[in-house]
Design a protein around this ligand. Structure first.
Ligand code: PEP
Ligand code: MG
Length: 781
C-alpha cells in the first residue's frame, strides 16, 4: 500500500512533464494538468484558480469535474471561499464537510454542492503566490499524509510551469492579433499575406514585445532602458580613406602605440574599479599588440595597398576565426579579445575616441559581445543588467555581471536584430528570458515578482550579522565560495564567516602566462587579509576537465573529465604545484589559511602531497623564509572511490570537504555540464545521499571536520538534511548564505535529523521525491 501511495506523486510528475511538452498554450497546459491530477489522485474534481493582476481576485481557469462552462466565469476575492482561504493563509486547507465550512462559498454554475471533501494548496512562483489548486470528492474522504505529499510534490513543480505558460501565452495571443491584423491589412490592400518581419529567433507581439532566450549567467531580474554597444563590422573599413603605403604604415604604427598606452590605462582602471584579476586580461592584449607576427601581417597587407584599416580588419578576422575554431570553450571565447583589440586599433586609425562610455542613467547593456575594454570604459554604477548575443559562462559578460552583482544573460540568438536604441527590456537572469518592449501584462507580472523579491531581500539583509544557530542551539558555520578578488566583497556583504573554497584557477585563467610565485603570493595575501581572523581554505589548481589555461595546452583527451585533471595534473607537472605551494606558504602569515587538494582518489596521493609540502618548506627555509610547517591539510571528496575508503582518507588529513558537483557526476555517471543528463544528475539519488552520510559518519568517528562546498549546500532544504546527517559546516555561493541562514535559525537539529532519517530510508528516486515533499512540508520551507 505504502509503495503504491509513493508512486502517485512520481507518476503524476512524469505525466505532467510529458503533457507540458505537448501543450501549446496556457489553457492546454492547465487542462492537461487538472485532468491528470484528478485521474492519478482518484478524485472527482481537480481545479486550478489563478490570481488576477490585482492580486486579490481568483478566477477559475481549468477544471476537471466542475461544469466546464464555469471556467473564466467563476471568480472570488481572496477573502472569500475555501480557495480564497488557501491563498489567504498560504497554506493547505482540508475538510471533509466542505459545504458546512464557515468559509464555504457556493457557486450555482459549478454544481459543486455534491462534493463533500475539499483539499486546496497554494501555487507559488519563486515565493510569490499565483493561484490555488484544489481537489474534491463526492464522498467524505480524509486524504492521507502520502496523498497530501503527492499533491504538494506536484504543486511544487507546476507553479513555474504555469507562470511561464502564462507569459508565453500573452505573447502568443499578441502574435495572433498581429497576424490577424496583418492579414486584414493585406486583404484591404488586395494582396497576399506576408511572413516578412518574423524572426526565427524570437517571438514578436502586436504591441512590439519580443521574447528571446539565452543562458542565464547571473541571477535576478531588472527592467530598464537599453544601451547598445556597436558590433564589430566592416562598415568602417568600407568607408576608410586610403593614403600612400608609407602614410598607411605610419598611421598603423601610431595607432598601435596609442592602443598600447590605452591598454595600460584600461588595466589600471579595471584593477581599481573591479579587481586585479578582472584586469589581468589586458596583459594578453598587450602581448598581442607587442606580437611581431601580428604587426608584420598587417604591414604585409598594407604593402599590398590594402590600407591600414582594411589590413587590421582582415588580420584580426583571421585570428578570430582561428580562435573560434578551437575546441576548448575558454580558448574559443578568447576570439573576443582579438576582436576587442582589432576594434580599438581601427578606432585609433579612424580617430574615434572610445576611451570612456558615459551612461546618463541606469541602463541594461545590450551587445553582440562584451569586451574587456568595455569593462574599462563603462560606468559601472549605472549598469543594471547585461544581455549579449554571443558568449558562454566564461565570457567577460559573465565575469563582469557577477562582479557587479547585476542579472545577465548571454548567448541570446537574434538579440542585435531585435533590439533598438529606444527599447525597454526585462532581463530575467533566473530563467534566461529577455523581453524587449514588454507589454503591460508582462511588466505587471515582473513588478509583482520584483516586489516580492525586494521585500524578501530586505528581510534577509537583517540576518547578515546574526549567527547561524539552530533553534536548539547548534552552531553551524556558513562560509563562502570565492574565485576572483571581486568575490571578496560579495562574500563579506552576505555575512560569510570565512572562505570554505577559494578556487585558485580563476586568477590563472585570466592571465596570459603562469603567474610567478611572487605574483601568486601577493594575490593570496590580499585574499587572506580580506578575512581577518577567519579561515580561508585555499584549493590548489583544479584545471583540466572543463577548465583550460590558454598558455598551458593540455593534450587532446576523448574524455577529459576522466583524464588528466585537477590533482592528477598537479602531480604530473609538479613544478606548477611546487610554485603554488610555495606561494601559499609565503602568504600564510597574512591570515588563517588552510590548504585543500581536489579530486583525491587515494591515500598515496596524500602521502605524495605531504612529501612535496615538506620539500617546499625546506626550500623556503633555505631561502631565509619561515614557512608554516603545520598548515592544516584537507582534501576534497569528489570521487566514489574516495567515499569507499573514506575511513582511510580521514585518518591521513586534518579535514575533508565534499565537492558535490563532481561527486554527483562521478557517482551517477552523469556529466555535470550536459543539460540532457539533468534527470540523471540527481543530488537526491539514494547513492548520493548515502555517500554523504558515510562521509559525515567517518569524519565524526575520526574526530575530523567534514564540510560541503558543492552547489548542493546552497539550497536550504538540502542544508537542513545534510545537517541532519551530521554536517555542521557549509561553503556556499555567497548570495545563498542569508536564505540558508534563515532556514537554519528556524529549525532544530532534531527536526533536521528526523527529515534526514526519513530521506535516508528511501530506496528509490520516487520514494525520495515524496519524502522530500514531506520534509519540505514538515520543515515549513
Ligand atoms: C565540486 O566539485 O563540488 C566543487 C566544489 O569543485 P568545482 O565545482 O570547482 O569542480
Ligand atoms: Mg570539483
Amino acid at each position: 500500500m505504502k509503495e503504491n501511495q509513493h508512486s502517485i506523486g512520481l507518476r503524476t510528475l512524469e505525466d505532467i512533464s510529458a503533457i507540458i511538452l505537448h501543450s501549446h498554450n496556457l489553457q492546454e497546459t492547465l487542462d492537461n494538468i487538472v485532468t491528470i491530477v484528478a485521474k492519478r489522485m482518484r478524485t472527482d474534481v481537480c481545479s486550478i484558480y489563478l490570481l488576477e493582476l490585482d492580486s486579490n481576485t481568483l478566477v477559475l481557469k481549468a477544471t476537471k469535474g466542475l461544469s466546464k462552462s464555469s471556467v473564466n466565469r467563476i471568480s472570488m476575492k481572496t477573502s472569500e471561499g475555501l480557495s480564497g482561504l488557501v491563498l489567504e493563509t498560504r497554506d493547505m486547507v482540508m475538510t471533509d464537510k466542505a459545504p458546512s465550512h464557515p468559509r464555504y462559498k457556493y457557486f450555482k454554475e459549478t454544481r459543486e454542492e455534491r462534493f463533500l471533501s475539499f483539499l486546496g494548496l497554494p501555487l507559488f512562483e519563486r515565493n510569490t503566490p499565483i493561484g490555488v489548486i484544489t481537489i474534491q470528492t463526492c464522498e467524505p474522504r480524509s486524504f492521507s499524509v502520502d496523498e497530501i505529499s503527492a499533491l504538494r510534490t506536484i504543486t511544487f513543480q507546476i507553479g513555474s510551469i504555469i507562470h511561464n505558460a502564462r507569459l508565453l501565452d500573452s505573447i502568443q495571443r499578441k502574435e495572433q492579433e498581429r497576424a490577424w491584423f496583418e492579414q486584414e491589412l493585406t486583404r484591404a490592400k488586395g494582396g497576399a499575406t506576408t511572413e516578412e518581419g518574423r524572426s526565427a529567433a524570437s517571438v514578436k507581439t502586436a504591441d512590439g514585445t519580443r521574447m528571446l532566450r539565452g543562458t542565464a549567467v547571473s541571477t535576478g531580474f531588472k527592467r530598464g532602458k537599453v544601451y547598445i554597444l556597436d558590433p564589430f563590422s566592416d562598415k568602417v573599413v568600407k568607408v576608410a580613406k586610403v593614403g600612400t603605403r608609407a602614410e598607411e604604415q605610419r598611421k598603423f604604427s601610431t595607432a598601435l602605440e596609442k592602443v598600447k598606452i590605452q591598454t595600460i590605462y584600461m588595466e589600471k582602471r579595471v584593477s581599481e574599479k573591479l579587481s586585479q584579476d578582472d584586469a589581468a586580461i589586458f596583459h594578453t592584449h598587450l602581448m598581442i599588440l607587442e606580437d611581431r607576427s601580428f604587426s608584420s601581417k598587417v604591414s604585409e597587407l598594407i604593402n599590398q595597398n590594402h590600407g591600414a584599416t582594411r589590413a587590421v580588419y582582415d588580420v584580426v578576422q583571421h585570428y578570430i576565426q582561428a580562435f573560434g575554431a578551437m575546441e576548448d570553450p575558454y580558448l574559443r571565447e578568447r576570439s573576443a579579445d582579438m576582436e576587442d583589440i582589432g576594434r580599438r586599433i581601427i578606432d585609433a586609425l579612424e580617430g574615434n575616441d572610445t576611451s570612456s562610455l558615459k551612461l546618463k542613467e541606469n541602463r541594461i547593456i545590450v551587445a553582440e559581445e562584451i569586451f574587456p575594454s568595455h569593462l574599462a570604459m563603462l560606468d559601472h554604477d549605472r549598469i543594471i543588467g547585461i544581455v549579449t548575443e554571443k558568449g558562454n559562462i566564461y565570457s567577460h559578460a559573465a565575469i563582469m555581471s557577477k562582479s557587479l552583482g547585476v542579472p545577465a544573460i548571454v548567448g541570446v540568438a537574434g538579440l542585435m536584430d531585435a533590439a533598438n536604441v529606444k527599447d525597454q527590456i526585462i532581463v530575467d537572469g533566473t530563467s534566461g528570458f529577455v523581453y524587449i518592449n514588454p507589454d503591460r501584462a508582462i511588466i505587471q507580472e515582473y513588478e509583482r515578482l520584483e516586489l516580492g523579491h525586494a521585500s524578501r531581500q530586505k528581510e534577509l539583509e537583517g540576518l547578515r550579522d546574526l549567527p547561524a544557530v539552530t533553534s536548539d542551539g547548534t552552531a553551524i558555520t556558513l562560509n563562502a565560495n570565492i574565485g576572483l578578488l571581486s568575490d571578496v566583497r560579495v562574500a563579506t556583504l552576505h555575512g560569510a564567516e570565512g572562505v570554505g573554497l577559494y578556487r585558485t584557477e580563476f586568477p590563472y585563467m585570466a592571465r596570459s602566462s603562469f603567474p610567478t610565485r611572487i605574483e601568486q603570493a601577493t594575490l593570496y595575501r590580499k585574499i587572506l587579509s580580506a578575512f581577518p581572523g577567519q579561515n580561508v581554505n585555499i584549493r590548489t589548481l583544479d584545471i583540466g576537465g572543463d577548465k583550460g589555461l590558454p598558455y598551458f595546452p593540455c593534450p587532446h583527451e576523448d574524455n577529459p573529465f576522466m583524464g588528466l585533471r585537477s590533482i592528477r595534473l598537479s602531480l604530473e607537472h609538479r613544478e606548477i604545484l611546487h610554485e603554488q605551494l610555495a606561494a601559499i606558504m609565503m602568504a600564510a602569515d597574512a591570515g588563517k589559511p588552510t590548504i585543500m587538494f581536489p579530486l583525491i582518489s587515494g591515500v598515496d596521493e596524500i602521502r605524495e602531497i605531504r612529501k612535496m609540502l615538506a620539500a617546499v618548506a625546506d626550500e623556503l627555509e633555505q631561502q631565509g623564509y619561515a614557512p608554516p610547517r603545520d598548515l592544516p591539510l584537507g582534501i576534497m571528496i569528489e570521487i566514489p572511490a574516495a567515499v569507499q575508503i573514506i575511513d582511510f582518507l580521514v585518518d591521513e588529513v586534518d579535514y575533508v570537504s565534499v565537492g558535490t558537483n563532481d561527486l554527483i557526476q562521478y557517482t551517477l555517471a552523469a556529466d555535470r555540464n550536459n543539460a540532457r543528463m539533468k534527470q540523471y544528475y540527481n543530488p537526491h539519488h539514494p547513492a548520493v545521499l548515502h555517500s554523504m552520510k558515510q562521509i559525515a559518519d567517518a569524519a565524526r568517528r575520526a574526530g575530523k571536520k567534514a564540510s560541503i562546498c558543492g552547489e548542493m549546500a546552497s539550497d536550504p532544504l538540502n542544508t537542513l538534511l545534510l545537517m541532519g546527517m551530521g554536517f555542521s559546516e557549509f561553503s556556499l555561493s555567497a548570495p545563498s548564505i542569508p536564505v540558508v541562514k534563515q532556514a537554519i535559525r528556524g529549525h532544530s537539529l532534531e527536526e533536521c535529523r528526523a527529515a534526514a532519517d526519513a530521506i535516508l530510508a528511501c530506496r528509490s528516486n520516487g520514494e525520495v521525491a515524496t519524502a522530500l515533499a514531506r520534509a519540505n512540508e514538515a520543515l515549513r520551507l
